[in-house]
Design a protein around this ligand. Structure first.
Ligand SMILES: C[S@@+](CC[C@H](N)C(=O)[O-])C[C@H]1O[C@@H](n2cnc3c(N)ncnc32)[C@H](O)[C@@H]1O
Length: 281
């Protein structure tokens, strides 16, 4: 693989997150719908105590951070870390201004804090790191000897049809829909794959819980319209470059894929698998 690829991928990913962060925050993260029911579960799974020092890696617009600050109280502190400047700006506005809450722009693969943390969380981001092992080793190094980590990821695309129904069809029409050199976003979408990666970083007492949430995007037309509306610009442009008949065929193919999840009323109800891993230093 070209050795600049991870760098190019990261740059592209940072641009994407700077662009989509406001839409992501409004539609998903702050709305607490579908997979975001995991925010509460993730925080519960690491059993945050008053006075704990917590790091939220790839904190995005700060939804997990917000729950964490309530748990640690005034005597603890929380650091939210993310590479997207726009996401961090939203996180600062959306969270209360507290002297024990800090947001920083850092790369999960390249951070070092003087402070050791009691708990580290990372929701829906591990699969974005091209060198996830490096990020996991960083997390471990930043924990106290009795520290805990909590990581949530989406399940494999076959168990997250919201993504899979579109991806399976779109990659037939646009083979480079996912740019070459991008890490596969569902490579940790099974309990085993996730556990094995975390084990390689030296963590112990690893356990993975599997949750299936429900998400209804409305009718098929709502699903497709909102997908196009909320997706990142480069992806929107690729779909926009198809001619009229290709677009029509693509849409029909996706419609077919959604049929097993479409109720008689025409409303789609997708299952959405989420894996939550906890481990100790
Ligand atoms: C799906 S969002 C999740 C955000 C947040 N944890 C949440 O649950 O809403 C993924 C986040 O990962 C961040 N991210 C991607 N690569 C990163 C990296 N190498 N280091 C730090 N953050 C990264 C993105 O900027 C984005 O905010």
């Amino acid at each position: 693989m070209n050795k600049n690829r991870p760098f190019e991928y990261k740059k592209r990913n940072m641009n994407i997150w700077n662009e989509v962060a406001p839409r992501y925050h409004n539609r998903w993260a702050s709305a607490n719908v579908g997979p975001f029911q995991s925010t509460k579960r993730l925080v519960e799974s690491v059993d945050v105590q008053k006075g704990d020092k917590v790091l939220d890696v790839a904190c995005g617009t700060g939804v997990v951070t917000k729950v964490l600050t309530k748990k640690v109280g005034k005597s603890g502190f929380v650091v939210g870390a993310d590479t997207s400047v726009t996401a961090i700006e939203i996180a600062k506005k959306w969270n209360d201004r507290l002297s024990n809450l800090l947001f920083v722009n850092v790369d999960a693969e390249n951070f070092a804090f003087k402070e050791k943390f009691d708990v580290i969380t990372c929701q829906y981001a591990l699969f974005f790191f091209p060198n996830a092992i490096k990020a996991l080793c960083n997390m471990r190094k930043s924990l106290t000897n009795s520290g805990k980590v909590g990581i949530s990821v989406h399940g494999h695309k076959d168990r997250v049809p919201y993504f899979g129904n579109i991806l399976d069809a779109v990659t037939e029409f646009i083979p480079d829909y996912i740019p070459p050199g991008s890490p596969s976003l569902d490579r940790y979408g099974t309990k085993k794959a996730l556990k094995d990666e975390v084990k390689k970083a030296g963590f112990s007492k690893i356990s993975v819980e599997d949750y299936v949430f429900t998400y209804s995007p409305g009718t098929f037309d709502d699903y497709w319209r909102n997908y196009i509306k909320y997706v990142a610009k480069p992806i929107k442009e690729k779909i926009g470059s198809l001619d009229k008949s290709q677009k029509k065929r693509l849409k029909e193919k996706i419609r077919d894929n959604t049929k097993p999840h479409t109720k008689r009323s025409g409303i789609i109800k997708f299952p959405w698998e989420v894996l939550i891993l906890t481990a100790k230093y």
